[in-house]
Design a protein around this ligand. Structure first.
Ligand SMILES: [Mg+2]
Length: 118
């Protein structure tokens, strides 16, 4: 399984990366904002899952999500929004825009594993 981690917090990316490595995920690509994520997605396919932060500079998570869902070549890529508790009311908008699921930060390895069905 190949995962694209998108978060402007390098600390958050490191935590998630460690969790995913422990689950035996094959390839983990990182990006610090939506624009970088789009470049990485274009050059790193096949990607199975994108773990997507909401608030980021340059291009936020929701904008990136909408851009990805405009492109048919990425229709099979699953997108999970990583939200804080305070962002939870916005989750519906992300699901409407094509996110497959969401996970509330901070999450345990078990919660991540369950969500990703690893
Ligand atoms: Mg952020």
């Amino acid at each position: 399984m190949n995962v694209l981690l998108v978060d402007d917090s390098s600390t958050m990316r490191r935590i998630q990366k460690t969790q995913l490595e422990n689950f035996g995920v094959d390839k983990i690509i990182e990006a610090g904002d939506g624009e970088e994520a789009m470049e990485k997605l274009e050059t790193s396919m096949p990607i199975d899952i994108i773990l997507l932060d909401w608030n980021m500079p340059v291009m936020d998570g929701l904008t990136f999500l909408k851009e990805v869902r405009k492109k048919s070549e990425y229709s099979k890529v699953k997108i999970f929004m990583c939200t804080s508790e305070s962002e939870k009311p916005k989750v519906f908008e992300a699901l409407q825009a094509g996110a497959n699921n969401y996970i509330v930060k901070p999450f345990s390895p078990e919660a991540l594993k369950k969500k990703l069905e690893l």
